[in-house]
Write a new protein. Sequence first.
Length: 405
Amino acid sequence: MKILHTADWHLGQKFLSRDRIEEHQGALDWIRTTIVEREIEVLLISGDIFDIGNPPSYARQLYYKFLTSLQGTFCRHVVIIGGNHDSPSMLNAPKELLEILNVHIVGAVTKDLQDEIIVLKNEKGVEELVIGAVPFLRDRDIRFSVAGESGSEREARMREGIVHHFEEIGKLAKPYTDQKIPILAMGHLHAKGASASPDQAKIYIGDIENIEGDQFPKVFDYVALGHLHRAQLVNKQNHIRYSGSIIPLSFGEIQDKKSVYIVEFKKNQLQEIEEVKIPRFRSLISIQGTIEKVKERLEKINEDRKGTLIPWVEIQVEMEETIPNIDSELRDFSKDFWLNILKIRTKRQHHALEELTEMVNLDDLTPLEVFQKKCNSDGIMEETEQAAVVHTFQELQDWMSEREG
Ligand SMILES: [Mn+2]
């Protein structure tokens, strides 16, 4: 049996006020072609299907069109879990309808743990695969906040709750070992022994490591994770993996290769895991240096003409003295080039002092980023307090987006 593991699509993402529709379309078409060519039978999407709780209609259209396009392929089943970016109610709304197309959705935890056990059957109605599909676990799913609890106590209780949840799912899956069929888990969390992309680490300062690699119950033959955008194994364990995002979601992710995993089982034996690289449709390029160096690089990018879509560039100009109108100078210089400058920052070096000035529009930041910048400004709060405060802000955002969604 061949399974394709992907995650972190973030459909509907706004990237410095631009949308990613063409890149997402390219990546989804490629996934569909891969499913057809490699005769994939089961598709797992481990959360963060959408970038926001109330995604724009074009993002929903991409999603539904993709799911519908799998009809008539080898792919018999799709299993989707909710991530921290997804609104559970939005994801769950078409649950019954999608069930008819063999698309199984676990948007959020319910009162019954059994709802997370998905048993897939072949054409003859014989059980062929079991999945413990654990959606992103929110505070309210595993614990109630305790007044006066410190940030670290709260984190410890979160961690315990998550480990316990997976143990319980493992127990429910255990009886299927007798049937000699693969038993898988899905999760959307931050596992210890995995590394985030440099930018992602910044985006999620409120994020904590939720579970250790060896705390996943042994009953699972493969653990398909989502949340970290870089494809990787957890704690060097071959069968516990993040597939990573399908397109780079920030300039911090441009070094990462983007890929999916094809996981092959013979009966209940894991045979092979293959990492398949997703083509890059648009180059995201980050350049840094003196104004002369920056101009050279811009000329080079224009000559190279890489990718099918126009490259997006962020620039950091290093200088000793302030150069007036540097923004318009660079934009004029490259106005006929095959590239778009998305962001220009300047870095002034004088007397060993470094000053970084960001020319960034408020529109280009998410509310969370604005909040984090505020938290980061001098003297507002201790670093140890930040994680908890940011976490609370995220919860508040979740709550609001669910009301909207
Ligand atoms: Mn996530």
